[in-house]
Design a protein around this ligand. Structure first.
Ligand code: HEC
Ligand code: HEC
Length: 427
């Protein structure tokens, strides 16, 4: 008798405990429900046009771009493709702290899933369009390491028909007296001298081919978008409980507690907001300089690099009117007023959708795990350059675990027709 009483007593305590925790977990006020609604994948909407790229929505261009994305012949030694560092198995990101192509880079490869929604590309935003971004790694000595006439010839020899159908007639690239096998404005003096020795008209024709490789790749990348995660189902059932009264089935108590911290006490949502969980801005979060690397000022020099770039939305290779470019449509852009913040040490806020699928984290893979990321936010050390915008949060280890659990609820398969996920050269 006595024994049974104890059991009943314990059960009651446990039941009461569960009730109160699920009550506190499941009650959200109107403002919170609105905020969560703004983060739902359903708010992503259609991908914005890219007026700087006339083939952005062209399926033939996307198919060709997919081949370029996976084609290792577009590299100095035939060993590197975009997919080397943006692997479909890693949510189109890399698992290396610093990506390695034909040489070693200084940064971690972000995921390209959903990148069609971005205004700025690279951690420092030094590209303002997706096609011009793609041209960077192709000519970078440590990534693909090749050059423009080499790439133009790969297209001429392997993709001429498809390419000409989209972009018009190619010049007679078989003529090596006019088009050397290796020429382009790269660091290798032999290759850049060969470039300088070409007729200006031929240089321009080759550059147009190079640009169009980028535009086809961008059309492909636009096919890769974030899928619906458990978080999204949770948010939807909060807004419309009548559709599925069992909202708790989509996120467990730890995940819900982590979400509460994310939009509440931990303040993550001030930068990781909207349906991609990024404000697409640049912030200094005091991430330490990576071991063996020099100080990286990030956005501090991003705009100068963009202004000095041969490519971008405002250049002659763009299909857009100047008024349509990010530089002229976003308030932070080319603001040179004295009030503009010093952007040294600021990096682009990454999307957190699928982030847990591609450790390590931050611009040079400084943190191996989400646990390390959360310790960083909890301690908020001062920045190696400029002023960090984050304040110490003093999170408990339980709170960190809860935020980590929530971040994992943002995992979802890439939202794309399966054919876009396949390597066209895999068999
Ligand atoms: C050697 C590895 C490597 C290769 C090859 C490579 N990338 Fe990247 N990618 C990176 C790194 C590292 C970054 C970040 C660089 C930076 O911010 O300075 C990056 C950044 C990007 C971004 C910007 C994403 C964002 O959120 O701003 C896109 C898009 C992208 N790469 C697409 C491509 C395409 C397309 C190709 C092929 C033409 C390619 N990459 C080839 C490593 C690579
Ligand atoms: C002031 C704006 C800001 C706040 C607040 C903020 N973040 Fe970030 N977050 C960033 C920026 C910027 C980066 C990239 C920093 C870098 O690489 O140097 C980043 C990177 C990350 C990454 C790594 C993603 C990747 O792909 O490498 C994770 C995870 C993350 N933040 C989670 C959080 C969480 C959780 C919180 C709240 C505890 C939070 N962030 C608060 C701006 C912010």
């Amino acid at each position: 008798m006595k024994f049974t009483n104890i059991i009943i007593g314990l059960t009651t305590v446990a039941a009461l405990g569960m009730l109160s925790s699920s009550l506190s977990q499941s009650v959200w006020n109107k403002a919170e429900i609105e905020l969560l609604g703004s983060m739902s994948i359903t708010k992503l909407g259609a991908m914005p046009n890219d007026p700087s790229n006339l083939v952005a929505e062209n399926n033939q261009a996307a198919e060709l771009g997919q081949k370029f994305f996976f084609d290792k012949r577009l590299s100095s030694d035939g060993s590197v493709a975009c997919a080397t560092c943006h692997s479909s198995e890693k949510y189109f990101a890399d698992d290396q702290a610093r990506s390695e192509g034909v040489g070693m880079t200084n940064r971690k490869a972000p995921s390209i899933v959903g990148a069609g929604f971005y205004k700025w590309y690279f951690w420092d935003g030094r590209a303002d369009s997706q096609w011009s971004q793609a041209l960077g790694p192709l000519e970078n000595a440590n990534e693909h390491g090749g050059d423009r006439t080499q790439y133009a010839r790969v297209v001429f020899e392997n993709y001429k028909t498809e390419f000409e159908a989209l972009f018009g007639q190619m010049p007679e690239l078989a003529d090596t007296s006019r088009f050397p096998s290796h020429a382009g404005p790269v660091t290798d003096p032999k290759v850049s001298n060969a470039w300088q020795s070409m007729y200006p008209m031929d240089r321009k024709a080759v550059t147009r081919i190079f640009v169009n490789i980028g535009k086809a790749i961008a059309a492909y990348e636009r096919k890769l978008n974030p899928g619906r995660s458990r978080f999204d189902t949770f948010v939807e059932t909060l807004a419309h409980p009548e559709n599925d009264p069992d909202a708790s089935a989509t996120l467990n108590d730890d995940e819900v507690a982590g979400l509460r911290l994310f939009i509440g006490k931990a303040g993550c949502v001030s930068c990781h907001n909207g349906p991609l969980l990024t404000d697409q801005q640049f912030h200094n979060t005091g991430v330490p300089t990576a071991k063996d690397l020099e100080l990286d000022v990030g956005r501090g020099t991003g705009l100068q690099k963009l202004a000095a770039s041969e490519f971008g939305c405002l250049t002659e290779y763009s299909d857009a009117k100047a008024a349509e470019c990010a530089a002229n449509t976003t308030t932070d852009a080319y603001d040179t007023s004295s009030e503009v913040k010093n952007m040294n040490g600021a990096f682009k806020t990454p999307s957190l959708r699928g982030a847990s699928l591609h450790a390590p984290f931050m611009h040079a893979g400084q943190f191996k795990s989400l646990q390390e990321v959360l310790k960083h936010y909890s301690n908020a050390p001062s920045s190696p350059t400029g002023d960090s915008e984050i304040k110490p949060l003093s999170l408990s280890s339980l709170e960190m675990q809860q935020i980590e659990a929530f971040l994992k609820s943002l995992e979802a398969p890439v939202n794309a027709d399966v054919r876009w996920l396949e390597d066209p050269f895999s068999n």
